[in-house]
Design a protein. Structure first.
Length: 89
């Protein structure tokens, strides 16, 4: 089941369907993820709790593909930053 979620999340990131919306000064970040049926909002709170507004997450409290997509997106950005840092050294 988790592999299915990861696969979907990877696809969302590859298709540029994850967009950062707001980064609050307290470290909280809001993202928009374009799902297959509708747009979802994923919020990373300042205490690192992640919530999504989709039914799956709201009813089960489990990590959904949108949340995973945001994590993958951030991991990718982080990789990119590391590479740029290495180049400038
Ligand atoms: Zn979701």
């Amino acid at each position: 089941m988790i592999t299915k979620l990861i696969k979907k999340a990877k696809r969302l990131v590859e298709e540029n369907r994850v967009k950062p919306v707001v980064i609050h000064s307290n470290g909280a970040m809001l993202f928009e993820v374009e799902g297959d049926t509708k747009l979802h909002e994923v919020l990373i709170k300042s205490d690192n709790t992640i919530v999504c507004d989709c039914d799956y997450h709201l009813t089960t409290g489990r990590v959904c593909s949108h949340i995973l997509a945001v994590i993958l997106f951030l991991a990718k950005e982080h990789d990119h930053e590391n590479k740029t840092e290495q180049k400038s050294e």
